[in-house]
Ligand binder design. Structure first.
Ligand code: KIV
Ligand code: NA
Length: 243
């Protein structure tokens, strides 16, 4: 699984063969320039889910429920999840464990597949004590495993595990029957997810677990630098581009 937030990127990652495209609320930081995911509005998320859906990818589209769109009540969570499906999501993801099981049940009851998200859940980082590795103490490990089981019981079809000690992610993967999709949680998971801007070297703040596969930032700056230079020199547009 990889994230994408717009039409062309959705087409490209789909062509590359991913199974799932996550329109993550990382959108807030890597595309919209907000300081955290907490600033993203539900309306902004809908715009980007719709853009990805217009690419009609083969991969399943997972829409991330933004902070504030699923916490107030089960009713409101269901209404918002339905809105996500109306604009093109085929599934939604929500952060949280056993405290979210009513919400998971409600959304699944409405016919919408729900993906869970455990470990470092960035929307709830103030409660968790920041962006830190989870599952370091036996107590934390125990809670994560219980949360995973509670989510499975509530009906999630898959669980994202973010920035968790690899031994704990492995244990969760062994103990639940739904696939685990990991990020910064080691190799012993059913699948992996990364943020596309991290893969491409386009994010300002890159977590330690994100690998840059190709640094597009240099390529973009270089291309535009060349364009600026050619315009200033009067080399662009030349005959080929003039009519
Ligand atoms: O918003 C996002 O990109 C995510 C992934 C990191 C799992 O939730
Ligand atoms: Na997210």
């Amino acid at each position: 699984m990889v994230t994408a937030y717009d039409y062309p990127t959705a087409k490209l990652v789909d062509k590359a063969g991913v199974d799932m495209i996550l329109v993550g609320d990382s959108l807030a930081m890597v595309v919209l320039g907000y300081p955290s995911t907490n600033q993203l509005s539900f309306e902004e998320m809908l715009i980007h889910v719709a853009a990805v859906a217009r690419a009609r990818p083969r991969a399943m589209i997972v829409g991330d429920m933004p902070f504030g769109s699923y916490e107030y009540s089960v009713n409101e969570a269901v209404r918002n999840a339905i809105e996500m499906v109306r604009v093109g999501a085929e599934s939604v993801k929500i952060e949280g464990g056993s405290e979210m099981t009513d919400v998971v049940r409600g959304i699944v009851k409405a016919g919408i597949p729900v993906m869970g998200h455990l470990g470092l859940t960035p929307q709830k980082r103030h409660l968790l004590g920041g962006y830190r590795l989870r599952g370091k103490t036996p107590q934390e490990a125990k809670e994560l495993i219980e949360d995973a089981k509670a989510l499975e019981e509530a009906g999630v079809y898959s669980i994202v595990i973010e920035f968790v000690k690899k031994e704990v992610a492995k244990e969760i993967t062994e103990k639940v029957n739904v696939p685990t999709i990991c990020i910064g949680a080691g190799p012993h998971c059913s699948g992996q997810v990364l943020v596309i801007h991290d893969i491409l070297g386009l994010s300002e703040i890159r977590p330690p677990f994100a690998k840059v596969y190709f640094d597009c930032s240099k390529a973009i700056t270089e291309a535009v630098r060349k364009y600026v230079e050619e315009v200033k020199k009067g080399e662009f547009p030349n005959e080929e581009y003039s009519f």
